[in-house]
Structures are given as C-alpha cells and as structure tokens.
Design a protein around this ligand. Structure first.
Ligand SMILES: [Zn+2]
Length: 64
C-alpha cells in the first residue's frame, strides 16, 4: 500500500512499467483523494526478486 506524499491518502496503481534485465518492475500510482500522481514507484516491493525473475524469464520465452 502506498500513501500520497501530498495529502497522505491511499494511492492506486494506474500503470505498470515493463521490466528490463530482470530488474524489479516499476509502476505509476495516483492518489484517490487529490489525484496526485507519483511515477516509477517500486511495484514488486516485498516480493522475492528470484520469483520475479523466473516469471519474466517464462514470459520472455513465450514471446520469442
Ligand atoms: Zn493525495
């Protein structure tokens, strides 16, 4: 859960950025209360980086 730096309200994920080189994904979040947007927040925060890398490897395999 992310909180707005302006008003302290709850922020919702509005966009997830694709990860390159197995780095943790980033996302844009927008505040429910004041619509303030914060770009490039860590999306995979708190999850295992190994799990994320494995997921991305599988997806890359399917694409190619
Ligand atoms: Zn806010």
């Amino acid at each position: 859960m992310l909180f707005c730096p302006k008003c302290g309200g709850i922020q919702e994920v509005i966009k997830i950025h694709d990860s390159k080189n197995f780095e943790p994904r980033l996302c844009d979040v927008q505040c429910f209360k004041c619509d303030h947007i914060v770009y490039y927040q860590p999306y995979d925060f708190g999850k295992s980086l190994n799990l994320v890398s494995n997921d991305l490897l599988k997806k890359e395999d399917k694409k190619s």
